[in-house]
Design a protein around this ligand. Sequence first.
Ligand SMILES: [Zn+2]
Length: 546
Amino acid sequence: MVGSLVMAETSSDQIFTNAIIYGHYESDSIAIKNGKVIFIGQKQSALEYANTDTNIIDLQQRFVLPGFIDNHNHVFEAASELGGNCELDSEATLEEQIPYLEACKINAETDGRGWLMGYGFSLESTLDSDSEYTPLEIIDSVFPDRPVVIMEQTSHSMWVNSKALKIARIGQQSPDPQGGAYLKDSSTGKLNGILLDNAGDQIMEMGWNSQSELFEQSYQGLMFGLEEAAAHGITTIGDGRMYWKRGWYDVWLEAEQNQDLTARVSLRPWVYPSMAIPSQLEVFEKMYSDDKSRLLLVDQVKMYSDGIFINGTAKTLAPYLDTYLPQSPNGLNYIPPAQMKEWLTALDKIGFSAHIHAIGDGAVRESLDAIESIRKQGSKKPYTLTHVELINDEDVPRFKQLNVSADFQVGSDYVAKHQHQWAEAFLGARRAKAMMNLDAILKTDANITLSSDWNVHDINPLVGIANSLIMGKTGLTDIYTAIDAYTLNAAKSLGIEDITGSIEVGKSADFAILERDITTLSARQIAKTQILMTVLRGEIVYEDTQ
Ligand SMILES: [Zn+2]
C-alpha cells in the first residue's frame, strides 16, 4: 500500500524536458501534475516522475517563460463582430467619411431597420475639419431614419444620428450625464452628433442590447479574442471592462462551463457612473468569486476616474490649453472623488478591489487619495491605477507608499518613441513631454505592470516588452524588469501571485514557450520572437503548427 501511494504522489501527467527555463537556468525539465508544477530540475531526476501515462514533451532547447499576464485587455469586445459590418476610416475628415457611411448602409441593408453600430472614426479629423456641416448633419444625410451609433477609435466617444438621439431621448436641453458630454455646435448651440465618454457609452448600450443574436455574437467575439490571447502566450487576462448590463457575464459563465476558456481571467464588472451604488453592489455581490481553482475570478471592478486627453475629458491639475469642453477646463470625472471613496469603501466590504482608469494628473491624484482613505480603513487588497499617462511629481512616491500598482501600455510605436506631440495642443509641450514616465515610478520601487489594452494597442506582450526597453530615460531598465511587469508583477496586481506569475514548484503550470531566450536578444529581435506553445494548467492551449 505504501509503495503505490508514493507512486501515485510522484507520478506526473506531463514532463517538459530539454528546455531553457526562465529563472531556472540550471534546470532543463519541469514535471507537472494536476496542472501544477511539482518538480523543476535536471532531466534524469524529472524522469523519476514519469510513468507509462506521462506525456513527455521534448522542447528542443526552446525557452520557457511564465505565461504572460495581460493586466488590461478588452478580450471580450476587441474581436467582436458586433458592429463589424461598418468600419469608417480613422484618417478621413468629416465629409470624406460619407462613402464609408454609405458602404455601412449597403452592408447593413439585410438586417432591417434596427440599430446600426459601427467603429473607427477619429475625433480630431471629424471635429477639426472645415466642413460647413456638423457630424450630425452628415450622418443624418446618409441615415435619415434608422438609429446609428459609431464608436470612435479610442472607444471614448460616439457619433450618432438624430434617430438615435430621439430614441435615447437626448435633446438640446438635456443636461450632460455624469462622466460625459453632449457636444454642441459652437455657432448654433445645437447638438452636433458627437457624444463624449459616458454620454456615448449610454447610447452604445442601447444599440448593443438591441442586437438580435447578442449572446451568440458575443460568444463568438470572446472566442476570437481568447484565441488571439493564447496565440500570444497569454495565460491570464485582466479584463478591460465587463459591461454587465450588456449580458456579458452570462457569456463568460457559459464559456467557463463549456471549458472554452484558454486563459484565467480576472473579470472586472464595470462601475456605471450614472447608476446608484447600492443597486450595482447587489449585482457585484452575486458575481463575486475568489475561488482560485476556477478560471474566472471576480474580485476587482473596473472603474473610470476620468476620460482621455484628446476628448478634453482626462482630469488635469492645471487647465487644458485647448478643449471641446470650455465649461470643464480641467476635464471631468466619470466617478468624482467623494463618490470614489464611497465606492471603494462599499466594495471592500463585499470583497472587491478596483482597477482604476486614471489618465490625467488630476485623476491620478484623486484616485490615490481615495485609495489612501481605504488603506486608512485597513484594506490590504491590491489596487491598480491603469494608463497613468500624466503623474504629478508629488504623487510619484505615493504608489509605493500606498501599495498601488501602476499599469502602463506601451504597445504602440509612438509611445515607445516618446512622441506625444499629439498632446501638445491640449496640454502644452512641458506636460506632453512628461507623459508616460515608467522610470519615475520604477525608481520608487512600486509595482509596475505592462498591459496591452488590446485592441487599443498590439496584443503581443513581446512588443510591449521590447518597446519598454527602447523608451530611453522614461522606459524600463532591463529585460528582467520588463518580463516581471508582464508576469509576476501583474499577478500581484491581480492578487494571484501565490498561484501564477512565475515558474515555481506548487504554482500553476502556466507557460509561454518561445523559440529563443529573449534575455539575450535586442529589443527588435524580442518583438519578432515567435510563440511556439502556450500552456495553461499543464494543458496546451495553443501550438504553432508551422
Ligand atoms: Zn482599456
